[in-house]
Design a protein around this ligand. Structure first.
Ligand SMILES: [Mn+2]
Length: 393
């Protein structure tokens, strides 16, 4: 039995932290990913589809995105398969929405109640039991691991949970449904489909987060995928990654100090070269430059050298975050006046103070090289001028 396990599509999420150029790339890539998901499900390639929650971003869902999920479910049902949808904390509204056509039937199971439920059906002569829970409110904050019953006499047992699962017995402290992985392991299901965490994690014994399917944030880095899950009563469980998007998001951090510049340059050179070697499409880069002192490398020559080393000029930077982390972490060491001055000096930068650091952020209309950034904004002088005389070290 082959199942496509998808979670955290967050259809309709605002891509506001990206530049317009990056947004265009992401939209096209997601669009073609959605098409491939729909086509695969309609082709009869899968026996089942599991949607493990946060399929939509919010109640404010477009007809297009709604129709997409409906057609995915229809596709797998029409080809003789089954679909399971457990709502997440972003789609708690699904249960009483009058504009969705999500109605349970024999082979479409919908978990929207805030308690663990069991559904059974026959598939290919086998008795399948599905145990799941959905969201009726945004933040239920409950330990649910022990709410799941041990498997019964069914041929195939599947669990679905949108929430936070931790290694071991102790559940994590979180406002969402939560469980310790070893509690779930002791239910002896063939597969436990998790959702909510955007990063892939396999706890063993078939308890798995696929992570979000589409990278749509600067914290959703590298390759993102859904899972092809093969459940067989003859052999072991097989789980394979299935990538549906072409774009990838990369976050490159650079912590500068006059002492470590050489080492960092080498490290970053390797990192960027590996990224550029391993992908067949344009990456979306954020470069984070942070300083623990108000000191930046000296002069344009240094920056040209760094750009050459990093190989970033080819790819371009879509967003630059510039962070000054003074050792004295009180906000008073960076006065309002300076924050205002910086926001003026560095056109287009949003300036904020948080976690003891001064943070500036800019998303560019189109990717720019590091040298361009420095020339355009004259960052070095802006920072040095403004910080001169400040007691920040
Ligand atoms: Mn979630």
């Amino acid at each position: 039995m082959k199942i496509l396990h998808i979670s955290d599509l967050h259809l309709g999420v605002k891509l506001s932290s990206f530049s317009p150029d990056a947004i265009k790339k992401i939209r096209l890539s997601v669009e073609s990913g959605m098409k491939r998901i729909r086509e695969s499900l309609a082709s009869g390639e899968y026996d089942g589809l599991i949607l493990a929650g946060d399929i939509f971003e919010s109640r404010d869902v477009s007809a297009y995105n709604l129709r997409f999920i409906e057609s995915c479910i229809e596709g797998v049902l029409n080809s003789g398969g089954f679909a399971i949808y457990a709502t997440g904390n972003h789609d708690y509204w699904v249960q009483d929405s009058d504009f969705t056509s999500f109605v349970e039937n024999e082979r479409f199971i919908l978990f929207t109640n805030d308690r663990v439920e069991k559904r059974e059906f026959l598939y290919g002569g086998k008795k399948v039991a599905v145990y799941g829970i959905g969201y009726r409110t945004i933040q239920p904050s409950r330990v649910v691991g022990s709410d799941f019953p041990e498997r019964g006499d069914e041929d195939i047992a599947i669990g679905v949970l949108h929430g936070e699962v931790s290694d071991g017995i102790t559940p994590p402290n979180t406002p969402y449904y939560n469980a310790g992985s070893s509690i779930l392991q002791n239910k002896f299901y063939d597969y436990f489909a998790l959702g909510h965490i955007h990063k892939h994690k396999d706890f063993g014994k078939g308890i798995v987060y696929p992570g979000c399917t589409f990278p749509q944030g600067y914290d959703e880095l590298g390759e993102k995928f859904a899972l092809d899950v093969e459940i067989s009563d003859k052999g072991p469980l097989s789980i394979q990654e299935r990538v549906f998007t072409k774009h990838r998001v990369f976050d490159i951090s650079l912590e500068l100090s006059p002492e470590n510049r050489g080492d960092l340059a080498f490290k970053l050179k390797t990192e960027v070269e590996n990224i550029l070697d391993s992908i067949d499409t344009d990456p979306i880069f954020r470069l984070r430059v942070s300083l623990d002192k108000p000191v930046v490398p000296n002069g344009k020559a240094d920056m040209e050298m760094m750009e050459y080393i990093f190989g970033i000029s080819e790819a371009g930077v879509h967003r630059l975050d510039f962070v000054v982390k003074p050792k004295d972490r009180s906000e008073s060491c960076i006065p309002e006046e300076l924050k205002y001055a910086l926001s003026q000096a560095v056109e287009g930068f949003k300036v904020a103070y948080s976690d003891g650091s001064l943070k500036m952020r800019s998303a560019f209309d189109s990717p720019v090289s590091l040298v361009e950034i420095l020339e355009k904004y004259d960052l070095e002088n802006a920072i040095l001028d403004r910080l001169e005389g400040q007691n920040v070290d």
